[in-house]
Design a protein around this ligand. Structure first.
Ligand code: ATR
Length: 267
């Protein structure tokens, strides 16, 4: 029996257990996916304990993603992002840390036939999600403009991400009008029916990914659909970060449809 899990605090409403267990059921794997909620001070002991107990893999979420980077051996992209959301214990050395949020966004876009190479991308938000997505898009060959409410954070991030530029939200209208891809990596749209992107700037050549998955249909995605743009909801990103983790841990292709059905039936 292989044991996988999620380290976070809180983790009570996580959709990862049903999503991963649907994959185990589909492929007939003897495995379980459970949640752990260590105290903030205990993260190092928790990861060492998981290693000692033979746990096969862990996802890591808030508030431990940055701490985890210091405890495991991070792969290059995770180190540059500064956060680990997936740990693999299968090697003989120290556990390896990955950031599958970045790849999750790329795979969500590619699943919708969006080309990233040479795309002009706009990432709205420069927090944890914005960082991961900006590095992911840049590594995949996009030119990335980062726009953030606190403009200084966009500039700081843009200095780290290859070929990126930093902006305030006031530049969004112009940036989006000239873009191929827009990603919302802020929390705007989660609590209220608000959007960070002026609707007038959206157009039919655009692909719009919203990292917000509750609600699934945000105002941004409604505006984007009205403008004739390709829309990619946040559940796709959530799905593909899990798909990527599953594939790192098992070395097998994930049963994407089964995982997607398990996820969407709970949203
Ligand atoms: P996460 O890890 O989910 O990215 P975070 O690190 O707290 O969360 O980042 C939240 C992002 O949403 C930030 O880019 C934040 O902008 P600031 O850096 O200016 O705080 C953005 N954000 C949150 N509320 C916002 C709002 N009402 N309008 C615009 N941006 C907002």
């Amino acid at each position: 029996m292989d044991v996988y899990g999620l380290l976070g605090n809180p983790v009570g409403h996580s959709l990862s257990p049903p999503m991963h267990e649907a994959a185990y059921d589909e492929l007939g794997l003897e495995a379980r996916y459970v949640t752990f909620e260590p105290d903030e001070d205990d993260i190092e002991d928790a990861i060492a304990g998981a290693d000692a107990l033979g746990i096969a893999g862990l996802n890591v979420t808030i508030p431990f993603k940055q701490d985890a980077l210091e405890i495991v051996a991070p792969e290059d992209l995770a180190a540059r992002i500064g956060a680990v959301n997936t740990i693999d214990f299968s090697g003989s050395g120290p556990p390896t840390g990955y950031n599958t949020d970045a790849v999750g966004a790329l795979r969500a876009l590619r699943d919708h036939d969006v080309t990233i190479q040479d795309a002009r991308a706009v990432v709205v938000g420069a927090g944890g999600a914005g960082r991961a997505i900006a590095f992911g898009l840049a590594d995949a060959g996009a030119t990335v403009a980062i726009a953030n409410r606190t403009e200084s954070k966009a500039h700081t991030l843009a200095e780290e991400v290859p070929r990126a530029t930093g902006h305030g939200l006031g530049d969004l209208e112009r940036l989006v009008a000239n873009a191929d891809v827009v990603v919302n990596a802020t929390s705007v749209g989660m609590e209220s029916d608000a959007t960070p992107v002026p609707a007038d700037a959206l157009h039919e050549e655009l692909a719009v990914l919203d990292a917000v998955y509750s609600p699934l249909e945000t105002r941004l995605l409604r505006d984007a659909a009205d403008a004739g743009a390709t829309t990619v909801d946040g559940a796709w990103m959530l799905l593909y970060q899990g798909v990527e983790a599953f594939e790192i841990w098992t070395g097998r292709d994930a049963p994407v449809d089964a995982m997607n059905n398990a996820l969407r039936s709970r949203l």
